[in-house]
Design a protein around this ligand. Structure first.
Ligand code: 2RA
Length: 348
């Protein structure tokens, strides 16, 4: 019998994708226990082709659990992850609570799998979905070329803000569909009214240069996460990183443009070779044939897709790239599941 796995936050946007992923990957688990808030307890959800009843989050819910995957708000993870550890579980946490803690590894199995073994707190952190949408491709290029600087802009899907984000976009689309809105200042805002959900501005027919909360000097928490997490995962604590995070009217799949500067001159041919062979990366890059990744095609897939690979016109050491990945799969649930599989393999 395999180890017992708990999914905490099983009914959320990421939890739902987690159950699909667990149903499709190699079935190494004994029991899979579904845990959620008391209001969801008693619901039945399908995993591995079976209906499993959701149990309420409590100390007893962790009895006998070997590995617990957490996808819950920061404050819930802060309270319950140490409890799960005290009950004997290894926690893989997808909240922001522990990611930058010096005694908590931040792991991307394609980039720094070794880090998973050093976990004095019994907690392993899963990176933010925006970091995860680029880091597998960036890590492969870093391994060969040596990264020296990064400028990134994100184009983030609304599901990054959970079910409320998706619901908000759908409602706003219904309000503007079939109209001639988007031609006069403020017309979209008036049509949408106060219904901006988790976003500060209308997201339908719009782009919003903001994700997260305000940090020092005008930076957003999301931008700081991408910077801090990339440095930690790549083991480059002083890497210059500048990020601008933008929300776009896409349901699922985050995209980023990257300007990545390396130790010495790079060639597009070598970069393409690296990206074409890197595990977890798909190179899809033939603009003459209209081929580059877009969220509409990438959603529901596992890899990080890369296109528009160019050498910077004014810097032979730098590459320009467009990357795109499903923020709920590799951006959250899949990476968490992969980490759990690494932990399970330790005792197999
Ligand atoms: C977002 N990255 O897209 C955040 C969610 N973790 O809003």
């Amino acid at each position: 019998v395999g180890p017992t796995l708990a999914v905490v936050g099983a009914t959320g946007a990421v939890g739902t994708v987690m159950l699909q992923i667990l149903s499709h990957r190699a079935d190494i688990w004994g029991e899979i226990r579904l845990i959620a808030s008391p209001r969801s307890a008693g619901r039945k959800l399908a995993v591995r082709g079976r209906q499993v009843e959701v149990v309420a989050l409590s100390e007893e819910a962790f009895d006998g659990v070997d590995i617990a995957l957490f996808d819950v708000p920061d404050e819930v993870a802060a309270h319950w992850a140490p409890i799960a550890v005290s009950k004997g579980a290894v926690v893989v946490d997808n909240s922001g609570t522990f990611r930058m803690h010096p005694e908590v590894p931040l792991v991307v199995p394609e980039v720094n799998p070794h880090a998973v073994r050093v976990r004095p707190r019994g907690i392993i952190a899963n990176p933010n979905c925006t970091t995860l949408s680029m880091i597998v491709a960036l890590g492969a290029l870093h391994a060969e070329f040596g990264l020296r600087g990064l400028v990134a802009s994100s184009y983030q899907a609304v599901s990054g803000a959970g079910r409320a984000g998706v619901e908000t976009l759908r409602q706003q689309i219904a309000l503007v569909a079939g109209t001639s809105l988007g031609t006069n200042p403020g017309d979209v805002r008036r049509a949408v009214g106060d219904n901006t959900g988790p976003f500060p501005e209308p997201v339908a027919l719009n782009v919003v240069p903001w994700a997260g909360s305000l940090r020092e000097d005008g930076w957003s928490s999301e931008e700081m996460k991408v910077r801090d997490e990339s440095r930690k995962i790549l083991g480059l604590p002083r890497l210059p990183v500048a990020v601008t995070c933008v929300r776009v009217p896409v349901v699922t799949a985050h995209s980023l443009t990257l300007h990545a500067r390396f130790e010495s001159e790079v060639t597009v041919a070598k970069a393409r070779e690296i990206l074409a062979t890197a595990p977890g990366v798909v190179l899809y890059d033939d603009p003459g044939a209209g081929e580059f990744p877009t969220p509409a095609d990438v959603v529901g897939t596992d890899p990080t897709w890369v296109g528009r690979v160019r050498r910077a016109l004014d810097d032979p050491t730098a590459l320009e790239l467009f990357v795109c990945g499903d923020n709920l799969r590799k951006g959250a649930a899949l990476n968490t599941a992969q980490i759990a599989e690494l932990v399970a393999a330790e005792s197999a």
